[in-house]
Structure formats: structure tokens, C-alpha cells
Ligand binder design. Structure first.
Ligand SMILES: [Zn+2]
Length: 90
């Protein structure tokens, strides 16, 4: 298991959780527009982070779910929950 990947995923998870809390607290004030789309997106990303952690534990992290190619490290460092390589993501 790669400790850098793990750290990245944990960091990403807290970023997403904070973003989610912020969005939900804004939603309470009637003046702000409906955030449900954004909330849904973040919840999807959080689920992907959870799945990525499972893959990390099974040494399957960083490979495209579609073609088994390695996913670009630069993409993984920014979006560690990424499940597909550049080609398959199109
Ligand atoms: Zn692929």
C-alpha cells in the first residue's frame, strides 16, 4: 500500500466533507439557490473516495477500472478518487 496515496485520499475526503457541510449549511438560508446538484456531486465523489480506499487496501489502486492501464499520477494527486484513465474517461 502506498502511504502517499492514502494521505491524498484522506485529504480529499476531508476537503469533500467540509465542502458538503458548507453547502448544506447554506441550503438552510432561504436566500441561496438550490444546492442539491452540487451536494449530489460531492456525495458521489465521497463514495468514489471510499471505493478508492478499498482498492488501495487490495493493491488495486491507481489502475483504470476499464482497461487496467495505470492512471496518470498527476491526475491522481489532484483527484485521488479517479477510477478511469484519460482514454477511458472520454
Ligand atoms: Zn482505461
Amino acid at each position: 500500500m502506498n502511504i502517499v496515496d492514502k494521505k491524498n485520499l484522506l485529504k480529499r475526503r476531508s476537503e469533500l466533507e467540509i465542502a458538503l457541510i458548507n453547502l448544506k449549511s447554506k441550503e438552510d438560508t432561504l436566500t441561496v439557490r438550490d444546492n442539491s446538484e452540487q451536494i449530489k456531486e460531492i456525495e458521489t465523489s465521497l463514495e468514489l473516495v471510499r471505493l478508492a480506499m478499498d482498492r488501495l487496501d487490495n493493491d488495486m489502486y491507481g489502475f483504470c477500472l476499464n482497461c487496467d492501464d495505470e492512471i496518470d499520477r498527476r491526475i491522481l494527486s489532484r483527484y485521488p478518487e479517479t477510477t478511469r484513465c484519460k482514454l477511458c474517461d472520454k
